[in-house]
Design a protein around this ligand. Structure first.
Ligand code: NIG
Ligand code: FE
Length: 388
C-alpha cells in the first residue's frame, strides 16, 4: 500500500501475508486467495491493522526520577532555572552514574513493556545522561541489551552533547572537543550508536558547537539529528537541515526559514507534545509552516525522567492532535511512516508494503481515530513483530 503524501491508505477487507518475517502480500482479501497458500491463517473480526508503531525519540534508559523537580515546577520554578541550579538533566546524570547496568536495564524494561503493550515495535533510545566516555558506553550498551531482551527493534543514538558535566569546569568548548575527538570515535568503533544527537539551546550547546559535533559524526558515517528550538529560536532546525539531518526534534520555536530549510533537506520534524505538556509550554510548533513547506512530521514520546516522564505513545498521539492540531491521518503517519523516516529506516518498516518487515499493530476499533481517542484506554488487539 503506497499512501499519498498527506493521507493514509486504507484497504477494506484487507489481508496481510507474512513469510520469513517479511510482508509477502498486502491487499484485498479477494486478491489473496489464489496466490498464497498459508501455513497458518488468522481471521480478524473487523479489527484494523496498522504498521507496528514507531517511537522515534526517547531517553528511555535512565535511573531514578525527577518528581521532586516537577513539584518545584508546579510551585512556579521553571525548567531552565532548575537546570542552571544543577538540577534537570544533571540530576539524572548523577543517578545514572550511580546505577549499575543491571539496574538501568530493569528500570528501562518496565517502561519498554508499557510502550510495547500499545503496539510499539520499533523504538529509539538515546544516551546523554552519562556525559563521560565510560558512562555513555554504559548507557548505549544497556540500550542494546534492552533491544535484545524483547521482540522489538531498537536503534541507539549517542547524545554526548546533551549537557555540560560538572567535571568540565564550565568549559563547553573543551567538552565539545572531548565529544568529537574521543567519545565519538570510540563509540563508533564499538558500533554502539546508530546516530548522533545534540541539544542546541541556551542552557546546552550553541549552533557552532553542534556544527562541530555534526561534522565529526558525519566524518564517521553516522547520521545526525538535533534537539532544536525547544525553548527558544536558536536556528537549530536550520543547522540540522544544513547537515542533512534525519530529524530536528521539538522545534516549537522554529521559524518560517527553518521550516523551509527542513522541507528542502527532507529533515523530519519530530513533534514531542509530552514535553510541551509537562513544561506547560505555550508555543506550539509551526505545524502550518511545516505543512506549507512539505516538512514531514513524526510524533514521539520523548520518554525521559524530566520533561516527559511518559510511557504511552497513544496518549502522546492524542496530545499531538489536541495540543498541536495534527489531523488523525497526520498523527497515524507520524508514529509509523514519518517516524520510520526520522530513523532512516523507511525502506525497512513504517508502512505495509511487500518486502518490509512484517511488524503490525492490530486494533479493536471501528475507525482509526478510535485508536487514540479515549485517554487511558488501550485498544490494541495484538502485536506482530517480524511476522510473529
Ligand atoms: O528531550 N531537551 C533536552 N533533552 C530532553 C530532556 C532531558 C531531561 O530533562 O532529562 C528532552 O526534553
Ligand atoms: Fe529528547
Amino acid at each position: 500500500m503506497q499512501p499519498d503524501a498527506a493521507g493514509i491508505g486504507i484497504i477494506e477487507r484487507g489481508a496481510v501475508a507474512s513469510r520469513d518475517g517479511r510482508i509477502a502480500f498486502v491487499g484485498e482479501q479477494a486478491d489473496l486467495a489464489p496466490k498464497v497458500w498459508a501455513q497458518e491463517t488468522i481471521r480478524l473480526d473487523g479489527q484494523w491493522i496498522t504498521p507496528g508503531l514507531v517511537d522515534c525519540h526517547t531517553h528511555i534508559v535512565y535511573a531514578g526520577n525527577r518528581a521532586t523537580e516537577w513539584e518545584m515546577r508546579l510551585g512556579g520554578a521553571n525548567y531552565e532555572d532548575i537546570s542552571r541550579a544543577g538540577g534537570g538533566i544533571m540530576s539524572s546524570v548523577r543517578a545514572v552514574r550511580a546505577a549499575s547496568e543491571v539496574a538501568l536495564l530493569e528500570q528501562a524494561l518496565l517502561r519498554l513493556d508499557h510502550l510495547m503493550a500499545e503496539g510499539v515495535t520499533t523504538i529509539e533510545a538515546k544516551s546523554g545522561y552519562g556525559l563521560d566516555l565510560g558512562q555513555e558506553i554504559k548507557l548505549l550498551r544497556t540500550a542494546r541489551r534492552l533491544g535484545a531482551s524483547r521482540p522489538v527493534r531498537l536503534l541507539t543514538t549517542f547524545l554526548g552533547a546533551h549537557a555540560l558535566p560538572p567535571e568540565a569546569g564550565g568549559d563547553k568548548e573543551a567538552f565539545i572537543d572531548l565529544v568529537c575527538d574521543t567519545m565519538l570515535p570510540a563509540i563508533a568503533k564499538l558500533g554502539l550508536a546508530d546516530a548522533v544527537d545534540g541539544f542546541c539551546e541556551g542552557i546546552a550547546f550553541s549552533p557552532a558547537q553542534m556544527d562541530r559535533v555534526f561534522l565529526a559524526a558525519r566524518a564517521l558515517g553516522l547520521p545526525v539529528k538535533l534537539h532544536a528550538d525547544q525553548l527558544s529560536n536558536g536556528g537549530g532546525a536550520a543547522l540540522a537541515a544544513r547537515h542533512g539531518a534525519l530529524s530536528a526534534d521539538h522545534v516549537e520555536y522554529t521559524d518560517e526559514a527553518g521550516a523551509e530549510a527542513m522541507g528542502r533537506a527532507g529533515t523530519v520534524a519530530v513533534l514531542l507534545p509530552g514535553a510541551f505538556y509537562m513544561l506547560r509550554e505555550r508555543q506550539a510548533p509551526p505545524v502550518a509552516a511545516f505543512r506549507r513547506h512539505g516538512v514531514r512530521m513524526a510524533v514521539s514520546t520523548d520518554c525521559n525522567p524530566g520533561t516527559a516522564p511518559l510511557v504511552s505513545l497513544l496518549l502522546t498521539m492524542n496530545m499531538a492532535a489536541v495540543l498541536f492540531g495534527l489531523t488523525v491521518d497526520e498523527v497515524l503517519a507520524g508514529v509509523t511512516r514519518e517516524a520510520a523516516r526520522a530513523l532512516g529506516i523507511f525502506n525497512e518498516i513504517g508502512s505495509l508494503e511487500v518486502g518490509k518487515a512484517c511488524d503490525l499493530a492490530i486494533w479493536n476499533v471501528d475507525r482509526p481515530a478510535e485508536i487514540f481517542h479515549t485517554l487511558g484506554l488501550n485498544p490494541l488487539h495484538a502485536r506482530v513483530f517480524r511476522g510473529l
